[in-house]
Design a protein around this ligand. Structure first.
Ligand code: NAP
Length: 500
């Protein structure tokens, strides 16, 4: 694929950064977290740095038997943990929040190395991810029920909230910390024990998080961590155990669908945070400076590898040229390199397949008439870098408008009528988040009401907030994480009828 710009070469990792990384990696436990201690195994798998291809660490390659042992500890710990005073659960979460912040530099360094995001973004994720621990520490002491008199009198109706029970959590590689804390925080607050299976590409941050919880005084067995090169093998014994009561998954819609099928066997309570294909609508009356800044955030947070990433830019024809020019300028100015180097604003993609997929989608769009306004190509020979790319004049039939891009590629299409923009925005099986930029309050509310998504960003390019319910509609998932709703996913409502 040829580009409108010359090809920048990603910076190599500086000696200072390399030393910082070596020290941070020295802090990472590499075993399995079984019943409150780290257990070494005789099988390992490599965790690599997507910017260099170097091996960062070798971690325990858990087996089905290991998974069963970790889950057994969670089952044994469940009753006592559920009976723990809410204040005690809250204090443990709060101590974990404090410890995570004390270790923020180590966690952000390791996260950057295993995932690729620029260090400032990894620091941002430590803050964001940590907030779920603080938020749910505050929620742990606010679990309550209701009391009412039956409409016909006599019987009193009471409800109480109780923990669902042992939970299994599977997380993706793109937010190695926050996707874990978003599940562990509410589960522990509600009184559920939990086994975490992080993605094999980025297990190191989760292992640091496990140590945080051990040091915060979490009782044995309440949190287990299984790392493995075979997700399927370690998931089977846990999903197959009738004592499991809850599955919480963040990842692709394809894998989520298969896990839902497997969950049917024991009618598990499930939370599914799946894929997205977010539209980003810029109306003619939008503040264009704000829209371009918002587009950079919505597109480029996490190098475009976010479920919330703006994947389809729908821009009013009156401002489309100006918007496209300014966005291409900003995208073209990003500096590729290792995320631990200060100058870097564009990290690598997670692997070679991600780069190939971006290239494939760009080629398809160009074949159908799109123009490359910025980027377009793979960068360098080392690591998995891809240029930040803007495509204009993208055909409605281009695959890039249908498939989740998961790369720094911004396809722009135009509209002239709000109804058409809303129809195009909703024309997807996904429904996680939609963004709209307008100065007109009525238009903003109309878009917010009619866009088919679980979350709407009005004049802002990021919606994630621990105090807000995160989640999607349609094939973007089931359930909500964060906000007042988040803890409900880990609670059952029991009704007691009481005749006086
Ligand atoms: P993925 O391939 O679905 O993997 C997610 C997790 O599932 C990983 O831990 C993976 O482990 C595991 N896994 C894969 N196949 C499995 C199987 N057969 N049984 C059990 N576990 C299995 O997704 P990803 O590539 O890591 O993440 C990107 C996707 O996540 C995107 O679609 C993105 O939109 C979505 N996402 C959604 C949200 C949200 O909140 N809605 C947030 C972030 C990301 P291994 O990789 O080790 O096999």
């Amino acid at each position: 694929m040829t580009s409108a710009n010359s090809t920048p070469t990603p910076h190599p990792l500086s000696e200072d950064s390399a030393e910082r990384l070596r020290q941070a990696l020295g802090e990472v436990p590499t075993g399995l977290l079984v019943n409150g201690s780290w257990r070494e195994t005789d099988r390992f798998f490599d965790v690599t740095d997507p910017a260099t291809g170097d091996t960062l660490a070798q971690v325990a390659d858990g087996t089905a038997d290991d998974a069963a042992a970790i889950f057994e500890a969670a089952v044994v710990a469940q009753e006592k943990w559920a009976a723990t005073d809410p204040r005690e659960r809250s204090e443990i979460l709060r101590r974990a929040f404090d410890l995570l912040h004390e270790r923020a530099e180590t966690v952000a360094t390791v996260m950057t190395a295993e995932m690729g995001k620029p260090y400032a973004e990894a620091q941002g994720e430590v803050t964001y991810g940590g907030e779920f621990l603080r938020w749910f520490a505050e929620e742990a002491v606010r679990i309550s029920g209701r009391y009412s008199i039956a409409p016909a009198g006599g019987t009193r109706l009471m409800t109480m909230k109780q923990p669902v029970g042992p939970t299994y959590a599977i997380t993706p590689w793109n937010f190695p910390l926050a996707m874990g804390t978003r599940k562990i925080g509410p589960a522990l607050a509600a009184g559920c024990t939990i086994v975490l299976k992080p993605a094999s590409a980025t297990p190191l941050t989760s292992l640091l998080l496990g140590q945080v919880f051990l040091d915060a005084g979490l009782p044995d067995g309440v949190l287990g961590i299984i790392t493995s090169s075979s997700s399927r093998a370690v998931t089977a014994p846990i999903l197959g155990d009738p004592r499991l009561r809850k599955l919480t998954f963040t990842g692709s819609t394809e894998v989520g669908r298969s896990l839902l099928e497997q969950s049917a066997a024991h009618v598990l309570k499930t939370s599914m945070e799946l894929g997205g294909n977010a539209p980003f609508v810029v109306c003619a009356d939008a503040d264009l400076d704000a829209a371009v800044d918002g587009a950079m955030t919505a597109k480029m947070r996490n190098i475009g590898e976010a479920c919330t990433a703006a994947n389809r830019f729908l821009v009013h024809a009156d401002v489309a040229e100006e918007f496209g020019r300014r966005l291409a300028e900003k995208m073209g100015a990003l500096v590729p390199g290792h995320g631990l180097d200060e100058a870097t604003t564009l990290g690598p993609l997670i692997d070679g397949d991600a780069v190939a997929k971006a290239q494939e989608l760009i080629s398809d769009a160009v074949d159908q008439g799109a123009e490359v306004a910025s980027g377009g190509q793979q960068l360098g020979d080392v690591g998995h870098f891809h240029a930040a790319t803007v495509l204009t004049g993208v055909s409605q039939d281009a695959r890039i408008l249908r498939e989740e891009v998961f790369a720094p590629v911004a396809p722009i299409t135009t509209f002239t009528d709000d109804d058409d923009a809303i129809a195009a925005a909703n024309d997807t099986e996904f429904g996680l988040v939609s963004y709209v930029y307008t100065r007109d309050l009525t238009r903003a509310i109309t878009f917010a009401e009619r866009l088919d998504a679980g979350m709407i960003g009005v004049n802002q390019g990021v919606v994630s907030n621990p105090a807000a319910p995160f989640g999607g509609v349609k094939q973007s998932g089931l359930g909500r994480e964060g906000g007042l709703e988040g803890i409900e996913e880990y609670l059952e409502t029991k009704y007691v009828g009481l005749r006086l």
